[in-house]
Design a protein around this ligand. Structure first.
Ligand code: TEU
Ligand code: CA
Length: 533
């Protein structure tokens, strides 16, 4: 058993609701994922991160859990889940699950019980006679009233926050983690893990977003909880954890992952996701490659071990956001793949990214399903933003952009029924089936790149040295004693002069150019050079 195999893993995120519908009800499911395991294996990844499949009323698509020990009926049964773990294992793929422990669903038995003031479950949640001024991630007050008391919810009102000051909560969560680890899963992606501990419920400093956050953001109590979970549970299994950590800087990230801290193994930072926005994600600015490059290089040099990603189920599609989803869709998607897969750290690929799927093409508000999108739209309306602006806001930022059904073939191939969320209209052009057949597809480029990564230890364990970071170009070297690979990326749609020279051979290029010393970089050009050392 290789305790640190996770470091050298390549992770593929599956959002079950949108992956593959096996029983024709328009909703992706676990048997659907099983049908596609050979596809996932062919891609070359060895870990799947499965977004929540637990029982849930689906207010937030499974991030509101009503029973951690059973499977959402829409997705299948526990037998299906066991089979998924087993079938994945047969293909050399292990599964990590989402661990959502900041909150449960309001339909969880604990919360239902906790509504009675004298119940032993009362203290599983955070009840007060009066709300404070905290605001929620989905906008508006973080408190709602039930009976004559208020409960805290940092997310939707159907996601009440657990009370981590209660040792009972700690006990329950440990049981849940063991239940899944005993089934052979490889660890957890820990949802909003750095906000679970509230050190006070005092009024917070008034802010545009997340008033109150100084009382729950990366508190010492959170670090203690993580150390306990590690010692009592995780250390007894062959597994790893990746924390989703909102608003952390590189120091705060290291405080969660340095080996001597014995807390998490790696975290998803958000700083690079903030490089195309002002203040908060609803106000986009034009994407400036320079900022993204700067943040990535900083995390590369300062953070002990990175979890690299350019998209997930909460973010717009990477090619639409950091590339060009029209004229240079193929080139820019390959360039972004080259970036994500050659940085130091563990790369995460989000379903559909490997075929260059684009943002959704929703025409009206009612085509969006995400609760966050609807809440923000309503808030913007209240603030009297004009309609065209509200529509633009959600078009650019809605989480549904990443949640449209997976495009398996020209007709869609996700389901025979109307899918739960509108399928992109470009499935005729962008789909798995055609991508498999076309040797120049984004998909085949991903496969080649993943193979290169596996064949060259330097891409996994070599150092990171930035060589050039101006003008929208990002050139860096990964090196160890006997090997070095240079990544050359043009993140812009303009041709650029190649600013530096090196000795070596091109090993992959998104323009299929073999000559490493070509003085001009084409739009979104990227390639790797095996340096002579
Ligand atoms: O996301 C938490 C988070 O901070 C954001 O990325 C979130 O998507 C939102 O945009 C805040 O404005 C995690 C999950 O990934 C997300 O899907 C859940 O909705 C959320 O936690 C609550 O569990
Ligand atoms: Ca289904």
């Amino acid at each position: 058993m290789n305790k640190e195999l996770w470091k050298n893993s390549i992770v593929y995120q599956i959002y079950p609701r949108s992956y593959m519908d096996s029983n024709q009800d328009g909703i992706g499911d676990i048997p659907g994922i099983i049908q596609k395991l050979d596809y996932v294996k062919d891609l070359g990844v060895n870990v799947i991160w499965l977004s929540p499949v637990y029982a849930s009323p689906n207010d937030d698509n499974g991030y509101d859990i009503s029973d951690y020990l059973s499977i959402n009926k829409e997705y299948g049964t526990m037998e299906d889940m066991d089979l998924l773990i087993q079938e994945a294992g047969l293909r050399g793929i292990r599964i990590i699950m989402d661990l959502v422990i900041n909150h449960t669903s309001d339909e969880h038995q604990w919360f239902i019980e906790s509504q009675k003031k004298d119940s032993p479950y009362r203290d599983y949640y955070i009840w007060r006679d009066r709300p404070n001024n905290w605001t929620s991630f989905f906008s508006g007050s973080a408190w709602d009233k039930l009976g004559d008391s208020y409960y805290l919810h940092l997310f939707s009102k159907k996601q009440p926050d657990l009370n981590w000051n209660n040792p009972k909560v700690m006990e329950e969560i440990q049981k849940i983690m063991k239940f899944w680890l005993d089934k052979g899963i490889y660890g957890f992606r820990c949802d909003v893990i750095n906000v679970i501990f509230k050190s006070s419920l005092a009024n917070g400093k008034k802010r545009l977003v997340l008033t109150g956050r100084e009382f729950y953001h990366s508190q010492e109590g959170c670090h203690e909880i993580l150390r306990t979970l590690r010692k009592e549970v995780l250390d007894h299994y062959d597994c790893f954890t990746v924390g989703e950590t909102v608003m952390v800087n590189t120091k705060e990230a290291n405080d969660l992952i340095l080996p001597e801290r014995k807390e998490l193994d790696m975290v998803f930072g958000f700083e690079h996701m903030e490089t195309d926005q002002i203040n908060n994600k609803w106000f986009k600015t034009k994407f400036k490659p320079k900022k993204l490059i700067k943040v990535l290089a900083k995390w590369q040099s300062e953070v002990y071990w990175n979890a690299n990603y350019l998209s997930n189920h909460d973010q717009p599609r990477s090619v639409s956001r950091f590339g060009d989803d029209q004229k240079y869709r193929i080139e820019s998607a390959k360039m972004l793949a080259t970036l994500n897969l050659t940085l130091k750290g563990t790369p995460y690929i989000y379903q559909g990214e490997e075929i260059g799927m684009t943002n959704g093409d929703f025409k009206s508000l009612d085509e969006y399903r995400d609760l966050e999108t609807h809440r923000i739209y309503a808030l913007a309306k209240k603030l009297k933003f004009p309609k065209w602006y509200r529509m633009k806001m959600i078009r650019l930022t809605s989480r549904d952009n990443a949640r449209t059904p997976m495009q398996w073939n020209r007709e869609g191939g996700f389901s025979n029924q109307k899918p739960w969320l509108k399928m992109n209209e470009n499935t005729e052009k962008i789909n798995v089936k055609d991508s498999i057949q076309n040797p120049l597809s984004i998909l085949n480029y991903y496969k080649a790149l993943i193979q290169i990564r596996k064949d060259n230890d330097v891409l996994m364990n070599g150092s990171f040295e930035p060589l050039y970071m101006k003008n929208g170009l990002f050139i860096f070297r990964r090196a160890q004693t006997n090997q070095a690979i240079i990544t050359v990326l043009n993140l812009t749609k303009k041709a650029k002069k190649m600013p530096i020279k090196f000795n070596g051979k091109k090993i992959i290029s998104n323009y299929n150019k073999e000559n490493a010393s070509d003085p001009i970089l084409k739009p979104y050009e990227s390639f790797l050079v095996m340096e002579e050392v």
